[in-house]
Design a protein around this ligand. Structure first.
Ligand code: NAP
Length: 295
C-alpha cells in the first residue's frame, strides 16, 4: 500500500522500517530532518508526504504534535482525499482524537486511533499490539499494515476508545513499576539483594510483564530511554485530565504524578521512566545494584 509515515522517533522509525520491509511504498516525514528510513522516500512536509497516499500513519509525541502534523501549516489535511485513512499510533487525548476524526471525516477520509503497546523492543521486532478505535471495515483495510508492524490489533470500539484503553493500560504500567521500584528500594535498605528478590517476585503471583521487561535494565543501571519519562508523565496528565472530565478519582495516580513532576525537575525527563527509581534511591540514600551491574 502507499503509506505516508509521519514521525520517526523511538517508535515511528522502526515501525516505518518494518512497513518498507513488508514491501509497502513509503514516504516518510519527520519534524527534525535527517532521520532517514532506507527504502522510503523522504518528504519536506506532512502535506507532501500525504499527497497520493492511501494511508497516513502518525506516530508523534503528544496531542499538540498530532494536531500540528494534521492541521498545522503544510499539514497532512491539505492532501486529504476521499477514501484515504488516517491512523494515529501516538498516545493522545481521547477527546481531541474524536475532534480530529470529525475534521478528517469532513474531508471524506476515515480515522482510526491505534496507539500501541510493546515499547521500543516491540516496535523493532514487529511485535506491537495495536489498541484500536474505529470502523471494523476500516481496520480490515489496514490489516496489511498493522500485521507488518505488530502481532495483534484489538478493536476496542468507536474512534477514541483505543486511546481511552491505552490510557488505562499505561495507568497500570506506571503504578506497577512504581510498586516494583518502591519494593526494591525498601528491600535493599533492609539488606535484601535485588537479584534473588526479583527472581522470587517473578516466581510468585506478584509476577508482572512490566517487571520482566524493566528488571534487566534496572539491574544493569541502564536508564536510556525505551519509553521516555517525559512521555509517561504526558500520559499521566492525559489520564488525570480524562478522569477529571468524567469525574473519576485516581488517588494513587495523583501521588505517582508528583513523583514524575519531581523527576522532571531533577532533569530525568529524557531518561526511561524506570529512572523514577533514582528519586527513591536518593531519598533512601542508597543505590540498587544487581550482580549484572557489579560484574
Ligand atoms: P520520541 O522518540 O520522543 O519521538 C517523538 C516524535 O514526535 C519525533 O519524531 C518528534 O520529532 C515528533 N514530534 C514531537 N513534537 C512534534 C511536533 N510538534 N510536530 C511534529 N512532530 C513532533 O517518542 P516515541 O517513543 O517514538 O513515542 C511516540 C508516541 O508513541 C508517543 O505518543 C508515545 O507516548 C507513544 N508510545 C511510546 C512507547 C515507547 O515505549 N517509546 C510505547 C507506546 C506508545 P523530532 O524528531 O523533530 O523531535
Amino acid at each position: 500500500m502507499r503509506v505516508a509515515f509521519l514521525g520517526l522517533g523511538i517508535m515511528g522509525h522502526p515501525m516505518a522500517a518494518n512497513l518498507v520491509k513488508a514491501g509497502h511504498e513509503l514516504t516518510v516525514w519527520n519534524r527534525t530532518p535527517g532521520k532517514e528510513v532506507p527504502g522510503a522516500s523522504a518528504a519536506a512536509t506532512p502535506r507532501d508526504a500525504a499527497r497520493g497516499a492511501e494511508v497516513i500513519w502518525i506516530c508523534v509525541s503528544d496531542t499538540d504534535a498530532v494536531e500540528q502534523v494534521l492541521f498545522g501549516e503544510n499539514g497532512a489535511e491539505e492532501s486529504l482525499a476521499e477514501g484515504m485513512i488516517v491512523v494515529d499510533s501516538s498516545t493522545v487525548s481521547p477527546a481531541a482524537t474524536r475532534d480530529f476524526a470529525t475534521r478528517v471525516q469532513m474531508r471524506g477520509a476515515d480515522y482510526v486511533d491505534a496507539p500501541v503497546t510493546g515499547s521500543k523492543a516491540g516496535a523493532e521486532t514487529a511485535q506491537l499490539i495495536f489498541i484500536a478505535g474505529g470502523k471494523p471495515a476500516t481496520l480490515e483495510r489496514i490489516r496489511p499494515l498493522w500485521t507488518a508492524m505488530g502481532k495483534d490489533l484489538r478493536h476496542m470500539g468507536d474512534v477514541g476508545m483505543g486511546q481511552s484503553s491505552k490510557l488505562a493500560m499505561n495507568l497500570m504500567i506506571a503504578l506497577i513499576y512504581e510498586g516494583f521500584a518502591e519494593g526494591l528500594t525498601l528491600a535493599s535498605k533492609l539488606g535484601v539483594e535485588p537479584d534473588p528478590l526479583i527472581s522470587l517476585i517473578q516466581a510468585s503471583m506478584v509476577r508482572s510483564g512490566v517487571v520482566d521487561y524493566k528488571a534487566p535494565f534496572v539491574l544493569r543501571r541502564d536508564f536510556s530511554p525505551n519509553f521516555p519519562l517525559r512521555l509517561m508523565y504526558k500520559d499521566i496528565q492525559l489520564m488525570l485530565e480524562a478522569a477529571h472530565q468524567v469525574r473519576v478519582k485516581l488517588p494513587a495516580l495523583e501521588t505517582v504524578a508528583e513523583i514524575y513532576e519531581v523527576a522532571c525537575e531533577e532533569g530525568h525527563e529524557d531518561l526511561d521512566y524506570a529512572a523514577t527509581l533514582l528519586l527513591l534511591e536518593k531519598w533512601a540514600g542508597l543505590e540498587v545494584r544487581g550482580t549484572a551491574s557489579t560484574g
